[in-house]
Design a protein around this ligand. Structure first.
Ligand code: ZN
Length: 507
């Protein structure tokens, strides 16, 4: 923890340094991840699911829960749920039902959410993730289908929360959008790496969902949402401690930070002889801390019962087997395969993954670039520009095909590194592909020896002092003449060639 994060801790929070907490306690984490499916229509009606539409333009009697309306299960959503389960190595239930989860809240006008309760479609899976060079197995309890709720917008308060708001607006476009909720079993044995393991697991889910093509998995838009449970037990104990659930942590980095914070907070309370309250907590990205939310000391009774308006889901085993063949390679296996194929070190690969450059480099290599050159551009020049503009690397302004083309021009001798950077400027500015920018800006390296020779002669005539030094044996003095030539050629000459010409002319 940095000192800034420490200063943000509210005085009522006890606190223990993370490393000290690791000496005294074992960490148990549990992750609940909601994945919004990218089906064209909603879970139980034919309303569209496009993100960002005008509020309440994508609704109908079914997703508004009007009396007498009848839901119909979206077959594509069931297919996606099964494929997700298979990718998590789950068993697929041959027969399962939906259930009503009864609660009253304005974001769900039916007064119940159609979900699955004791009969999830996918159960008992496990996945392997890699965190900080070490592999961990995450046991998956279940993955079930349900529908999303609407969105409330609380207006007039300082925080955007309902407390202090003057009024609230409701948008039901999201109500009924299909979700798959993936729940882990308690994850033990991750030691001090618990926050990194949690992050790696959610990154695994994001990459896997993307590879399956079942979700946009955009955490910032809420199509992948993570609730992180954590509890501590004294070293050597086997009794699970009281857990807290930190809600809607919406970036990979936040997951790691929020868990670290909660571990230090809980350890401080326990070490001072206090009791951790069972509650939901909210993560504050800006302050780097969590704050108390709803108490969960009394379990809510949702009065679940099987949904009478929907027939059970009974996927044909032959269909499930066909779907199994569509499951992509796991991210851990893919990373191992690419590390070897590209000849990267593990450290290089870890940096690539950390920078979210794996897909980009793979696509660049597929477009004909060498792996090392693809890594150089994405992790160097383009990462720098993306950081400066505060954009994800994929939105830095160049496509993998353009990077491969740029490298092709460098290898053909048309561009040196300096000119290549100017070409990147042009591509990002929207001037077209690299070859078009070279033509348009006149950036190619000058290979016309006649023009170079003339420039060299002019530079020699203008720098008699440097010439005298070279003749006296101080070849370093050639730098001034080379610099003058490069300047005249506006950087578009090959420096090594210029050096040869200068030394030949003087000598
Ligand atoms: Zn609808």
């Amino acid at each position: 923890m940095t000192t800034t994060a420490l200063s943000a801790i509210s005085p009522e929070d006890a606190w223990m340094d993370y490393d000290e907490a690791m000496d005294l306690f074992d960490v148990v984490i549990g992750l609940e991840v909601h994945v919004e499916l990218n089906t064209a229509s909603k879970m139980f009606c034919s309303c569209p699911t496009d993100f960002g539409a005008e509020p309440n333009t994508q609704t109908c009697p079914v997703c508004l829960g009007l009396p007498g309306s009848l839901p119909v299960v979206n077959g594509k959503a069931v297919e996606s749920a099964i494929r997700i389960g298979l990718a998590l190595n789950c068993s697929i239930s041959p027969h399962c039902r939906f259930a009503r989860k009864n609660y009253f809240y304005p974001d769900m006008t039916k007064n119940f959410q159609t979900s699955q309760y004791d009969e999830p479609i996918c159960f008992d899976g496990e996945v392997e993730v890699e965190a900080d060079g070490e592999r961990f197995t995450i046991p998956v309890e279940r993955a079930h289908m349900e529908e999303d709720a609407g969105k409330s917008l609380h207006v007039g308060g300082a925080t955007g929360r309902i407390q202090g708001a003057e009024y609230s607006l409701m948008d039901y476009n999201r109500a009924g959008v299909p979700l798959v909720e993936i729940v882990t079993k308690p994850v033990l044995g991750t030691g001090a790496k618990a926050p990194q393991v949690a992050r790696a697991y959610v990154a695994f889910l994001r990459d896997m969902m993307r590879a399956l093509g079942v979700s946009d998995v955009r955490m910032e838009q809420g199509s992948l949402r993570c609730d992180a449970n954590v509890s501590l037990m004294p070293k050597g104990s086997t009794t699970l401690g009281t857990r807290t659930e930190t809600k809607n942590v919406n970036s990979l980095r936040s997951i790691e930070r929020a868990l670290r914070y909660e571990i230090s907070r809980q350890a401080g309370i326990l070490a001072a002889g206090g009791r951790v309250k069972q509650e939901t907590r909210h993560w504050h990205e800006d302050g780097g801390r969590t704050s108390s939310g709803r108490s969960k000391e009394q379990a809510e009774d949702y009065r679940y019962f099987p949904e009478p308006d929907l027939v059970p889901v009974a996927p044909d085993p032959a269909w499930v087997e066909r779907l199994r063949e569509t499951i992509p390679e796991s991210p851990v296996a893919r990373v191992a395969r690419l590390t070897e194929a590209w000849g990267f070190t593990e450290l290089e690969m870890r940096d690539v993954i950390g920078a979210d450059a794996l897909d980009l480099i793979e696509a660049t290599v597929e477009a004909g670039c060498s792996p090392q050159a693809a890594r150089k551009w994405w992790m160097g020049e383009l990462a720098r520009r993306a950081n400066a503009a505060d954009l994800p690397l994929a939105e830095a302004g160049m496509t993998p095909a353009q990077v491969a083309e740029l490298q092709g021009l460098v290898e053909a001798g048309t561009l040196n590194d300096k000119l290549a950077r100017q070409v990147i400027d042009g591509v990002i500015a929207g001037e077209g592909d690299p070859a078009q920018v070279v033509a348009h800006r006149g950036l190619a390296v000058v290979s016309d020896t006649g023009a170079l020779q003339a420039a060299v002669e002019r530079a020699i005539a203008a720098n008699p002092g440097a010439v005298a030094s070279i003749k006296a044996g101080r070849q370093a003095a050639a730098g001034a003449i080379i610099g003058a030539v490069m300047k005249e050629m506006r950087g578009q000459a090959d420096a090594a060639t210029v050096r040869e010409l200068v030394l030949a002319a003087v000598g």
